[in-house]
Write a protein that binds this ligand. Structure first.
Ligand code: COA
Length: 355
């Protein structure tokens, strides 16, 4: 039976390091508050006019492709996960194809919008395509240019201090080696709480969901039957074009769903938490990761955390952390690697990989 395995991995974080003190000059926050609540000391921001989710994704992809020992034209499918796409449409998948100079039009490109769990969802999609024999070299990218869409005023501080820019990429190939590859992936969602962590404007919602929830919000649509409802002047004037997060609610859900989805994966392949050699959590908040680590009974050397240095990079966070762990020699052939993520949607997911 065919299995999927990661044949090459790469990551990229932009050069510019932004400290908590720099953010404290723009909004009412402090290095102490941010470190205590999130563990974050710094994050990286891409260069405006020069870097985007696509360009950062391409830099990570070039490394992954070269490490897989293939040429970019061998890529037969692209999966791009991001919540900060360059354009509303078309998606970053085709932009990445162009950025990498992939001229092979046999190559398909798919964009997925699963926020923090985007990479693990993408891995699951790739796994299905590989196992059916449909594709042989899938390029999966998670990349975010958050810094373009954050509210740098005090109003947006609970969200803004958490997020950073970056990208991670893997090349996924089939293998007949029974001792390595993706053992399982588990995917979940619950749309009930969609607005608890959301970036709703600009959008074509026309107020529908919020009205239904009994929250009448004025987006300045007026009474016009036609046009102009995707983004209104009112949204700009009233600063309604930023992400929203109910941090405590997200936190409480995350600490339940992370352990749950990891246990589900382990049970499904007859393994237990003591079999995990390396746990790569989505870097949401260091306190969440520490809680899950404790629940799993893992030592510090069995969990990869980089949120202190690069913040929460959403769809890029799992592949960047995995790439760092591999580069540091903390993941060795035969190791059981557990990936898990939870985020906006809510969606959450896990994967077990025999490295
Ligand atoms: N600096 C200073 N004060 C801040 C702040 C900041 N950056 N952000 C929020 N505060 C304030 C709040 O305004 C509030 O003040 P008030 O009591 O006067 O109203 C106070 O701190 C407590 O806010 P609260 O939201 O309850 O803080 P918290 O302890 O829950 O920490 C988060 C906030 C966002 C760090 C925390 O909820 C969290 O990490 N949640 C999970 C978020 C997450 O993982 N998101 C990514 C999912 S993928």
């Amino acid at each position: 039976m065919l299995r999927s395995h990661i044949a090459g991995i790469g990551s990229y974080v932009p050069e510019r390091v932004v400290t908590n003190d720099e953010l404290a000059q723009l909004m009412d926050t402090s290095d102490e508050w941010i470190q205590e609540r999130t563990g974050i000391k710094t994050r990286h921001y891409g260069k405006k006019h020069k870097e985007t989710s696509t360009t950062m994704g391409a830099r990570a992809a070039e490394i992954a492709i070269s490490r897989a020992g293939i040429s970019k034209d061998d890529i037969d499918f692209i999966i791009f996960a991001t919540l900060s796409p360059d354009y509303y449409f078309p998606g970053c998948g085709v932009l990445l194809q162009r950025e990498l100079g992939i001229t092979n039009t046999e190559c398909g490109a798919l964009d997925i919008r699963n926020q923090c769990s985007g990479f693990v969802y993408g891995l699951s999609i790739a796994d299905q395509f590989i196992k059916t024999g449909m594709y042989k070299n899938i390029l999966l990218v998670g990349a975010e240019m958050h810094s373009m869409g954050l509210d740098y005023s005090t109003e947006g501080r609970n969200v803004t201090v958490i997020f950073g820019d970056g990208a991670g990429a893997v090349v996924i190939q089939p293998t007949e080696d029974e001792n390595k590859g993706v053992l399982c992936t588990k995917l979940h969602s619950n749309g009930t709480y969609a607005e608890k962590l959301a970036f709703i404007n600009p959008g074509a919602h026309g107020g529908y969901h919020l009205d239904k929830m009994g929250e009448s919000v004025d987006f300045g649509y007026g009474n016009d039957e036609f046009g102009g409802i995707f983004v209104t002047q009112h949204m700009v004037t009233h600063r309604q074009l930023f992400p929203y997060m109910d941090g405590q609610f997200v936190f409480k859900m995350a600490v339940v769903k992370f352990p749950e989805v990891i246990k589900e994966a382990l049970d499904s392949v007859g393994l237990s938490q003591s079999d995990i050699n390396m746990f790569i959590p989505h870097q949401a908040n260091l306190r969440i990761s520490a809680f899950v680590q404790h629940k799993l009974g893992l030592g510090d050397h069995q969990v990869w955390n980089n949120i202190q240095r690069i913040g929460n990079t959403t769809a890029a966070s799992v592949p960047i952390a995995l790439c760092e762990a591999v580069e540091a020699g903390a993941v060795k052939p035969g190791d059981l690697v557990c990936l898990a993520a939870f985020g906006s949607g809510f969606t959450w997911a896990s994967a077990l990989i025999r490295w």
